[in-house]
Design a protein around this ligand. Structure first.
Ligand code: GLN
Length: 201
C-alpha cells in the first residue's frame, strides 16, 4: 500500500498552482480537479483562494457542486483558504445573489471582512496544532468568521476575529499559506488526509 495520499486542488479559478506546489512540498501527490471523475479519485481536496462567487458559479456549471457536497458529507478531508474558506461555510453573511457554498463547517463567514483600507496584509498567526513559530498569514481581501457552531473548533484568531477553523475533516483559513513558502498548514492537512484515508486496493 502506498502511503502517499493523493490530494486534489479544485481548479476552476484561483491560485491552484501555488497549492499544488505546497502540497508536493508537504509530501502529497497533488492534482488539479475540474471534473467529477477527477474528484472521485482523490483522497482529499483543497479549495483555493480566488473569488468565491466565480468558484461557486463554475462549480455549478461544471456539475461539481453536488459531487463536492456529497464527498464532504461522506468525510473526505477538505481544506479551504480564503475564498475556499467561504466555500466551506454553511452560511455566508453577505452572499452575492445566487452564491452557493459547498458547506461542511457550521460557521457564518463575512466576505471581504478586513476592509478596503486593509485589503492585503501579513500577520503572524498562532494556529492550534502547528508547533513552533507563528504562521506568517497572508490576508488578501480575506473573510473572517463571525461565529461557529458547537462542532467547529477555532484554531486561530487575528485582531479578535476568527481566521482558522476545523470541524471534523474540514479545515479552513482566512489567509493564504500557499503563498508564503511555509508549508506547515499544508502538512497539517496532509496528516488529516493520511489519518482518514482508506488503503487503496
Ligand atoms: N483572496 C481571496 O481568496 C479573496 C476572497 C474574495 N474576497 C471572495 O469573496 O471570494
Amino acid at each position: 500500500m502506498s502511503t502517499t495520499p493523493v490530494i486534489g486542488v479544485l481548479a476552476l479559478q484561483g491560485d491552484v498552482r501555488e497549492h499544488l506546489i505546497a502540497l508536493a512540498a508537504a509530501d502529497a501527490v497533488a492534482r488539479p480537479v475540474r471534473r467529477p471523475e477527477e474528484l472521485a479519485e482523490v483522497d482529499g481536496l483543497i479549495v483555493p483562494g480566488g473569488e468565491s462567487t466565480t468558484i461557486s458559479k463554475l462549480a455549478v456549471l461544471f456539475g461539481l457542486m453536488e459531487p463536492l457536497r456529497a464527498r464532504v458529507r461522506d468525510g473526505m478531508p477538505v481544506y479551504g483558504s480564503c475564498a475556499g474558506m467561504i466555500m466551506l461555510a454553511d452560511k455566508i453573511l453577505d452572499p452575492r445573489s445566487g452564491q452557493e457554498t459547498i458547506g461542511g463547517i457550521d460557521m457564518i463567514v463575512r466576505r471581504n471582512a478586513f476592509g478596503r483600507q486593509n485589503e492585503s496584509f501579513e500577520a503572524k498567526v498562532d494556529v492550534r496544532g502547528i508547533e513552533g513559530d507563528a504562521v506568517e498569514g497572508l490576508f488578501i481581501r480575506a473573510p473572517w468568521v463571525e461565529s461557529v457552531g458547537a462542532e467547529a473548533e477555532v484554531l486561530a484568531e487575528h485582531g479578535g476575529h476568527i481566521v482558522a477553523v476545523r470541524q471534523g475533516n474540514a479545515l479552513a483559513t482566512s489567509f493564504h499559506p500557499e503563498l508564503t513558502g511555509d508549508h506547515r498548514v499544508h502538512a497539517l492537512f496532509v496528516d488529516m488526509v493520511r489519518a482518514t484515508r482508506t488503503p487503496a486496493s
